[in-house]
Design a protein around this ligand. Structure first.
Ligand SMILES: Nc1ncnc2c1ncn2[C@@H]1O[C@H](COP(=O)(O)OP(=O)(O)OP(=O)(O)O)[C@@H](O)[C@H]1O
Ligand SMILES: [Mg+2]
Length: 392
């Protein structure tokens, strides 16, 4: 058992100083027992120490790297920039990484790169200045994050498919309208054509109406197809009012089938938000779908649903969906955003849980309030983005 000069000493034993050989042996053991990789380099960036964990992480034996430049462990562009970093630090004392720590890429012996957390300290007071780097492998953590991210997106996609399943009746109805109109105009056109001298203007009007109705039907199908696509989410600057308007057709199809009117109140001049249009549409649809469900048998049905946009707190914008249904059941208030919480016979209870996951991934907040006029207000807040200067 080694005795230490600092800290506690054992009762009944004389404190004794360690010889420098013993201190060196202790340090060596500590150095090699560390879970993190540790590398010591001199001021010209030559590797002077390389512990066991570093051997495992980089795939080199210490003997292969001692005396070699540190840059052999870095991929480009750090490799080319590194000597400049040390030189500028020694000259100005201004640290880019020392005492700060950050995530960088490491180059392993087999040529692969891995993400690492690197923190660097300076060893002062020796014969020359040396640097000590502590390195932690982040690949498992990054892989787990990546997997969680993919699962979230897959869940969101499954949520969209299930949402469309629920809305199928309303959508079928919505598609049926232009199709019936097309049939009517075609029949009218045929009757006109059977006349000896049909007026060309009325016939042209017929064709125009048929085209318009076919385009309307096509538009709904395009929206549906976009909505069900399985793309990786993107983060683009979006206008929150456009988000509402682009979802309105699907929302209205759903609400109209139940005879529930939808109104909008969109504030002009709102800053944009950063996000994925399809995923945010999905949240809005989940909220309006719930509002439709809540109002279907409610006496307040005629008052309809209000979708509003506006400023939230400082630097935030929001979208809210106000209904005049019965409001959220008191026993649900605490748990409403958790998965599989539902009061509906046909419900899975995942709409709000998926919505919250999406909104959190956008650094926003999903909220639920009581509507003072009776009913519920659900909505989400998102951080506002700087508007990009339009060029020209
Ligand atoms: N606007 C609302 N008014 C009253 N209650 C609501 C409202 N929105 C949601 N709820 C309540 O919250 C529960 C959970 O909603 P959520 O959207 O997560 O699941 P669901 O609608 O039941 O099922 P799913 O969305 O999976 O089809 C609902 O069952 C309902 O009881
Ligand atoms: Mg729902």
């Amino acid at each position: 058992m080694p005795k230490t000069t600092a800290g506690s000493t054992y009762q009944g034993q004389e404190p004794a100083s360690l010889s420098s050989a013993e201190i060196a042996a202790e340090l060596r053991a500590l150095f090699d027992a560390a879970v993190d990789a540790i590398i010591v380099a001199d001021r010209s960036g030559v590797i002077a120490e390389f512990n066991r964990a570093a051997e495992r992480l980089f795939g080199y034996a210490a003997d292969d790297v001692l005396g070699k430049p540190l840059t052999m462990l870095m991929p480009e562009p750090d490799r080319s920039l590194h000597d400049g970093y040390i030189e500028s630090f020694l000259r100005t004392g201004e640290a880019k990484i020392i005492g700060i720590g950050r995530e960088v890429q490491a180059l392993r012996a087999d040529g692969t790169t891995i993400p690492i957390a690197l923190s660097v300290g300076e060893i002062e007071g020796g014969r020359e200045r040396r640097f000590i780097g502590l390195i932690r492998d982040l690949s498992a953590q990054r892989a787990a994050e990546q997997e969680a991210h993919q699962l979230q997106n897959r869940l969101a996609h499954v949520g969209r498919i299930s949402l469309m399943g629920e809305m199928a009746a309303g959508l079928a109805h919505e598609l049926n309208q232009p199709l019936s109109a097309i049939v009517n105009y075609s029949q009218a056109g045929r009757r006109l054509g059977e006349r000896d001298a049909p007026e060309s203007t009325t016939l042209a009007e017929c064709y125009e109406k048929i085209t318009a109705q076919a385009m309307r039907a096509g538009h709904i199908i395009d929206k549906l197809r976009d909505f069900l696509r399985k793309d990786e989410p993107t983060k683009a600057n979006l206008e929150i009012n456009d988000l509402v308007l682009s979802t309105l057709q699907l929302v209205e199809a759903d609400a109209r089938a139940d005879g529930i009117p939808i109104q909008t109140k969109l504030v002009d001049g709102l800053p944009p938000v950063a996000g994925d249009l399809i995923q945010l549409q999905q949240v809005l649809l989940n909220l309006t779908r719930n509002a439709v469900d809540a109002m279907r048998d409610s006496p307040g049905k005629d008052q309809g649903i209000m979708i509003a946009t506006g400023f939230a707190g400082a630097g935030e914008v929001q979208v809210s969906v106000t209904d005049h249904g019965p409001g959220v059941a008191p026993q649900l208030v605490e748990s409403i955003f958790l998965p599989f919480v539902t009061t509906k016979r046909q419900g899975l209870g995942v709409g709000l849980a998926i919505s919250r996951t999406i909104i959190r991934a956008h650094n926003g907040e999903l909220f639920c309030r009581r509507n003072p006029a009776g009913g519920a207000v659900f909505g989400f807040k998102l951080p506002a983005q700087e508007r990009e200067e339009s060029s020209g």
